[in-house]
Ligand binder design. Structure first.
Ligand SMILES: [Cu+2]
Length: 261
């Protein structure tokens, strides 16, 4: 992430063009790429629009006489072929570098296994003996320390879910049978909302969660008071009681309720 630092600072002064001012190194890399694409697109738009406007106004019909006809203009043809190729190659290069930064898996300080299930999330802090689980109307909170390298192992218990935190400018599938790994370096203290973005059944819309970024000292204090690995932290238990709690009706089995489309 360090080599991107200089560009990152430059990017901070630019508007976000509709994206979020991301709270992680990875999200800020993505934001920088988005800003580059947006500005490139805007410059191309202005040039093309100006050329069209000039052609329309300058060569609008004044008489029925046929204007002078050209078949080839080699220089212009080379120009409008080579310039777009260069633009695409430069954008490709920046995209390649950014994707490598976002997908990088440096040695983590800690790891969290995030499991999506119908219809909730479980956050299991692998080396700390802490598990947070929440279903439907009780949004679970993933507490993470600021400025530390956190490895996330994202998986699904049943169907495809989507792990999306707008403030991270980041989204990944939680897929059954596959563990998606990524890294988060969170810079900004605060609580940020997250949600499932893959339609996964009846209570998909209730699959919300929060990411809370705290100082390392606050995180250590939180861990020491949240040791929880008992039956209350198991997914099957949460599934059984989930619907009963939120609707007063009996819970369905884990395999019903539609698949991720
Ligand atoms: Cu879901």
């Amino acid at each position: 992430m360090a080599p991107a630092g200089g560009l990152l600072l430059a990017g901070c002064n630019l508007p976000t063009f509709g994206a979020h001012r991301a709270i992680s190194s990875q999200g800020q890399d993505s934001l920088k790429l988005w800003q580059g694409f947006f500005i490139t697109g805007a410059v191309v738009f202005v040039i093309v629009f100006a050329l069209i406007a000039w052609a329309v106004l300058r060569y609008r019909r004044r008489s029925d006489a046929m204007p002078r006809q050209f078949q080839y203009h080699t220089l212009i043809e080379i120009f409008y072929t080579v310039i777009p190729i260069i633009i695409v190659l430069v954008l490709f290069g920046f995209t390649f570098v950014t994707e490598n930064n976002v997908d990088a898996l440096p040695a983590p300080k800690m790891a969290v296994t995030v499991t999506g299930f119908q219809w909730g999330w479980r956050f299991h802090y692998t080396t700390k003996n802490v598990t947070v689980i929440g279903v439907e109307l009780q949004d679970p909170e993933m507490v993470l320390p600021q400025n530390e390298t956190v490895r996330i192992y994202l998986e699904s218990h049943d169907v495809i879910h989507g792990f999306y935190v707008p403030a991270l400018d980041f989204s990944r599938y939680a897929q059954p049978g596959i563990v998606n790994k990524f890294t988060l370096n969170l810079h900004t203290l605060g609580t940020y909302r997250g949600q499932c973005t893959q339609f996964c059944g009846l209570y998909h819309s209730l699959m919300r969660f929060r990411v809370k970024v705290v100082t390392p000292a606050q995180f250590a204090a939180w861990v020491s008071t949240h040791h929880s690995t008992g039956p209350e932290a198991s997914i099957s238990n949460a599934e059984k009681t989930a619907l009963a709690r939120s609707t007063g009706r009996a819970a369905p089995t884990a395999t019903t309720g539609g698949s991720g489309s």
